[in-house]
Design a protein around this ligand. Structure first.
Ligand code: DX5
Ligand code: ZN
Length: 221
């Protein structure tokens, strides 16, 4: 199966929280199409971030970026509709909390969004195996979620390889996204393991030459 075009999704969590509209505009002006929106409830993860109002506000500025919306929530199923209505294009939900995952994944698509399933570093690939034929994206966390700027966890690489192998064996076409501590070096290791979609917060927004960062990452072999 030919590999999907590589996508870099900058994480808005590492942007300018005093002016996120300009952060989104900066991403678009660099020719990127995706932006990663980290939504945190202070319960599933020990941090709070944004709500649906941010997505709606960014849409009102005329942003046409693809909103890759990562729900780090204990009850994500309760917020799917709000984020879809606010302008999300893809909504990814964690497998760890207890709720009807299949119903939630179906609901995301019924609202016109792409769906994604997310695994924390300590969650085995087997946890998402029953759902891989019903998702548009699998997000493999390469840090424990909650904060940007953490160290990449190399122990997650075998899990990436496993999920990529299942995708290949079953002829599936979901995107395989990685998130947390992604820079050019760790992105290269993830690419070699089968990833095609890369979330970068700190490494991207601190890059001295963002255009060079984008070019190198999206051209990884
Ligand atoms: C962590 C978030 C990540 C984070 C990535 O909970 O899901 O998207 O913002 O930030 P960096 O790239 O700085 O690790
Ligand atoms: Zn994220």
């Amino acid at each position: 199966m030919p590999s999907l075009p590589l996508i870099l999704a900058p994480s808005i969590l590492a942007g300018d929280h005093a002016n996120l509209a300009s952060t989104a505009q900066q991403v678009a002006e660099l020719g990127l199409t995706w932006i990663h929106l980290d939504i945190m409830d202070g319960h599933f993860v020990p941090n709070l971030s944004f709500g649906p109002a941010l997505l709606a506000a960014l849409r009102r500025t005329g942003s046409t970026l693809f909103f890759d919306t990562h729900l780090m929530l204990s009850e994500p199923h309760r917020y799917i509709e709000a984020f879809a209505k606010a302008g999300a294009n893809l909504i990814s939900i964690h497998i760890e909390p207890t709720y009807d995952h299949r119903a939630a994944l179906h609901k995301i698509r019924s609202l016109g969004c792409q769906n994604g399933l997310v695994l924390n570093p300590q969650t085995p690939a087997s946890a998402i195996a029953p759902f891989i034929a019903d998702v548009d994206l699998i997000l493999v966390m390469t840090v424990q979620p909650g904060f940007g700027g953490q160290q990449f966890r190399h122990d997650v690489i075998p899990k990436l390889q496993q999920i990529a192998a299942w995708r290949q064996q079953r002829g599936l076409t979901f995107r395989l996204e990685v998130d947390g501590g992604i820079d050019l070096e760790t992105a290269s290791a993830c690419r070699a393991a089968g990833a095609d979609t890369f979330v970068a917060g700190t490494a991207f927004f601190r890059a001295t030459d963002p255009r060079a960062f984008i070019k190198t990452l999206t051209k990884l072999p």
